[in-house]
Design a protein around this ligand. Sequence first.
Ligand SMILES: Nc1nc2c(ncn2[C@@H]2O[C@H](COP(=O)(O)OP(=O)(O)OP(=O)(O)O)[C@@H](O)[C@H]2O)c(=O)[nH]1
Ligand SMILES: [K+]
Ligand SMILES: [Mg+2]
Length: 438
Amino acid sequence: MGVVRLSGPDAGRITRALIGDRELTPRTAHFARFRDPAGEVIDEGLVLWFPAPGSFTGEEVVELQGHGGPVILDALVAACVHQGARPARAGEFSQRAFLNDKMDLTQAEAIADLIDAGTRESARAALHSLQGAFSREVNELVEQLIQLRIYVEAAIDFPEEEIDFLSEGGVADDLNRVIDQAGAVLASARQGRLVREGLTLVIAGKPNAGKSSLMNALAGHEAAIVTEVAGTTRDVLREAIQLDGMPLNLIDTAGLRESPDRVEQEGIRRAFEEIRKADRLLVVIDSQEAGVNLNDLTDLLPSSQQELDGLDLPVTRVLNKADLSGLSPGPHPNQPDTFVLSAATGQGLLALRDHLKGAAGYQGTGQSRFSARRRHITALEQALAALAKGRDQLHAHAAGELLAEDLRAAQHALEEITGAFTADDLLGRIFSSFCIGK
Ligand SMILES: Nc1nc2c(ncn2[C@@H]2O[C@H](COP(=O)(O)OP(=O)(O)OP(=O)(O)O)[C@@H](O)[C@H]2O)c(=O)[nH]1
Ligand SMILES: [K+]
Ligand SMILES: [Mg+2]
């Protein structure tokens, strides 16, 4: 089957030009023959008419359901275009639904996420978002912020009593409650993004540290070539795996060192390209190597300073080859985010796996309350930062205007999530990533 969907005030007129002038009952299937401009029948099938505003987009919508097949569908679309329709842009139906208040932005995004879902868990999360689970939680936060703002604004209007007003327990308690709740929504959003996109982890380090061995150990099969030759890996290697249901995108890279070899240089350049796009960096160090400063990235990743400049991503360190160095496998006794293991024997690997799940904020399968994207997480982080700043102002007995300003900023950030407040270029960016016809 193939469906051509028309949306807009001319949908009915264009349809009648194709099927002949006849009465259509709303939301009821009618059998019809679809004709091209010369009157020749292209296909026959069902017509469904949704008068505005009771349709997906909120506009008049018609669905022409035929037998499908690219030739027939092309002819059907051409006949519609001949009557004045134009092909939809990617995501345009969802965008119109959003602009006509049929759904908010997280719901529109959830449509794309549902279609793109790679696992049942992420599909379920997207469906929850589509049904409004994410928006409801965000709107609840906004509602509480509005109540707080009303109170604070009122306090500002009575300068004599302002300080008393604000230092009363109520405001601080309410603010703390909003902060806790926003933190919980952020944790759910992190999980929602994680089940959708997975964690992208780039494995980097000096040649022969055991990067490819570690990738293979995590993947559970010989994905990458391992040899004792330093400089074995040159291309970027990717393996998509799951850690107890958490999607993990592993990226193995060329060992980093000064090299006159053109191929190796290109591999190193590509390694940094991947590092810059990663969610987390996993640096592998040969634990037999003496005098390494674990807290100095330039020591762990030989490279030009320029390549490390501005790098801002969380780092996990692995001291590999524990079987040779005699260090005991497991979390490092006094270095955070550092694990001693042996990629060859698998000792210590479990602690690393648990760490990666925890660091990503993975809550386990079946725990996804809604799907989310990076932009949602950024907005929630911004809202939380503004709220934390507001709390500091309150503690410092700063002027009420400053607190009011922070609350306003937090509300704006939250409203960007649902689209109640949107920057101009945001909509274009979001909807252009949809597929055509959605
Ligand atoms: N004994 C022991 N040998 C290991 C361990 N991990 C890796 N090796 C060995 O170290 C050598 C290098 O391992 P690779 O996994 O190729 O190292 P790499 O970091 O990917 O190296 P390049 O791709 O050349 O940068 C190989 O001979 C591995 O068998 C380990 O935990 N214990
Ligand atoms: K090697
Ligand atoms: Mg390698």
